[in-house]
Design a protein around this ligand. Structure first.
Ligand code: IPE
Ligand code: IPE
Ligand code: MG
Length: 250
């Protein structure tokens, strides 16, 4: 069974601080282009902002931070950019694992790992194992992730484990097989870089998330920007299908 209940089955209890923030870190390429730098310089800078974002979330009581690092469609990019991104993951994993452990951060990678180099898959498993018992912030990195892939793999595994499920299954039974079964659904979704789309990120899990879009490019995202996103979240009325009047009388 899923650890957390579904927003469409049970009305979630929400607070001032989002429990779970999911981010599409977009705009690295444009940040670099503006500075006449190669696109990869933007990705490098982007990793530094990840570090800052992790710190901000941990210090502000956010329990889950999920970052979209590489989509299942990003393989369509030029081969040299893809190769660079893969080596950047590898490097970041190597450099950061110690610090994550020190700061009580649990690292989880979601996505289809079958397309990664074995060395990268091994590093991921190592980093996950080294931080598995940490109970501070859970940092999820979505790499070679696609929302449709996630639903498909969940269905496949459900049917494999429980062949009788072809006759019918509940939403919660399926949700237990989704990549993010260990986390509540995102309260706040942030996309930097000005585009207003989901780009095949967490399709299922974003059902009732509050959406926040900013023109700020990911490499320029900072504490002030983080605070603006939180302030915007705090002004939302999360109705989950109910009326305002019902919320007022609760
Ligand atoms: C996001 O920045 C990072 C990845 C998709 C890996 P982009 O590389 O998409 O930057 P823009 O959108 O081209 O500016
Ligand atoms: C989404 O950004 C994926 C990541 C940030 C990893 P893209 O830049 O790839 O999205 P599209 O292609 O503009 O929708
Ligand atoms: Mg982009």
């Amino acid at each position: 069974m899923a650890l957390f209940s579904s927003s469409t089955q049970t009305i979630p209890v929400t607070g001032e601080i989002p429990q779970h923030i999911a981010v599409i870190m977009d705009g690295n390429g444009r940040w670099a282009k503006k500075r006449f730098l190669p696109r990869v310089a933007g990705h490098k800078r982007g990793v530094e902002v990840v570090r800052e974002m992790v710190r901000l979330c941990a210090n502000n009581g956010v329990k889950f931070l999920t970052l979209f690092a590489f989509s299942s469609e990003n393989w369509r990019r030029p081969a040299d950019e893809v190769t660079f991104l893969m080596s950047l993951f590898m490097e970041a994993l190597q450099q950061e694992v110690g610090k994550l452990a020190e700061n009580n951060i649990r690292l989880v990678m979601i996505g289809d790992k079958s397309r990664f180099e074995p060395a990268l898959t091994a590093k991921i498993a190592e980093a996950e194992a080294a931080t598995a018992n940490n109970d501070g912030l859970t940092l999820t990195i979505a790499a070679n992730y696609g929302g449709r892939w996630d639903v498909m793999q969940a269905l496949q595994r459900l049917i494999q484990d429980k062949p009788e499920a072809v006759q019918g299954f509940s939403e919660e039974e399926l949700a237990a097989y989704l990549s993010m079964h260990y986390a509540p659904e995102p309260d706040l979704f942030i996309r930097t870089g000005g585009e207003q789309r989901i780009s095949n990120f967490l399709l299922w899990q974003l059902a009732y998330s509050e959406l926040y879009f900013t023109e700020t490019l990911w490499p320029d995202f900072d504490e002030a920007e983080f605070k603006r996103a939180i302030a915007s979240y705090q002004q939302r009325e999360r109705r989950f299908g109910r009326t305002s009047e019902q919320l007022a009388s609760n």
